[in-house]
Design a protein around this ligand. Sequence first.
Ligand code: NAI
Length: 429
Amino acid sequence: MSAYPPISEHLDDVASARAEGRRKMEWAAQHMPIMERVREEFREEKPLEGETIGMAMHVEAKTAILVETLADGGADVAVTGCNPLSTHDDVSAALDAHESITSYAKRGVGDEAYYEAIEAVIAHEPTITVDDGMDLVAAIHEDHPELIDGIVGGAEETTTGVHRLRAMDEDGALEYPVFAVNDTPMKRLFDNVHGTGESSLASIAMTTNLSWAGKDVVVAGFGYCGKGVARKAAGQNANVIVTEVEPRRALEAHMEGYDVMPMAEAAEMGDVFLTTTGNRDVIVEEHFEKMDDGVVLANAGHFDIEIDLEALAELAVDRYEAREGVDAYELEDGRRLNVVAEGRLVNLAAPVSLGHPVEVMDQSFGVQAVCVRELLECAHAETYEPGVHDVPDELDREIAEIKLAAEGVEYDSLTESQREYMDSWDHGT
Ligand code: NAI
């Protein structure tokens, strides 16, 4: 086993951290009816008995419920963070107290410790990986290929991770099956849209204590996350400007009534800039040069590469903490450009951030849990070849049905004749 210590060995007062972490988890669990149902099933049927699950995810209260659900299903779980700023140490400590869970996640670690923690998870020799951003899959393929034969499969939570996996698959380099959990309707129509929209705006407002009303808010990228951010910002009376590189998405934003323009123009107009592209170098030096004094810059994409902070640091003559979670970069002409959460995904990495709302993560993690179950159920049949796989639609529907039942929402079913009609091709007018 790795020498890198679990969280419990890092903390001075482990007992109080565990108690606080447990309190946060209990709050989350109260609002996660899907996970409650899945957990009951896992406790009774132990579908993951004998498996070792390696996880690299944002370790906070909602994720902790997924981690415990997998452990309740019979697995040993080793978990670490997927971003150095999103871990809640108290939650990590509460997880680490579980006899079947080892948590290495610790907030604020540097690059070296971050990757050592990933290695520590891999040292448990996982038979299943659950990733948010593909760090585990990458490290296993690059540095521990000897483990691949023993791995049943994996599940990936976010858009950037799925993009990376698909690129790997196209190169023929992905050697075990991984479910693209991100791409299911139950995940991205809710988590990316509502979750990112609500929690990014809330985190920025809480961190800056500034209002959205009357602001010019530039949203870079009009994908699932960008649509949510744009809609919620407009709902808070901001004037939304969208930048895009994909013509249909740019047109969609235009038809939704937002202003659409290149970043080079938007840079002159925005009060707040929020990147949601999953791409790099979206806001760069030429844009900083045009921005007004006092603008707020934040990123909701997975990696901290959307805003070119190196270029900003070079332009700046001074840099200081303007508020907790806000770094002001002061330029030669006196303008101050304020970066929230070091340009890391703002809804998880700002000091006040809590990540997505609980209900949203209940859905995403419900899909994760049934994907892990599916991998094991189908392992012997070798149903899933190495590569990226769409999550079977019936699993996604299963999660939707549990959620609707929990919400007390009833809905129609197709009649026999409707089903027949929908399945046929020979009924004309
Ligand atoms: P998406 O693929 O649906 O949308 C990205 C959009 O950005 C696309 O429309 C693309 O054309 C556009 N784009 C790419 N380069 C651009 C550029 N240079 N300028 C303007 N637009 C550009 O992806 P989705 O699902 O919206 O995810 C975006 C990012 O957010 C990913 O990194 C994903 O992993 C991350 N994510 C973050 C979450 C959070 O909690 N903060 C939650 C879910 C996803």
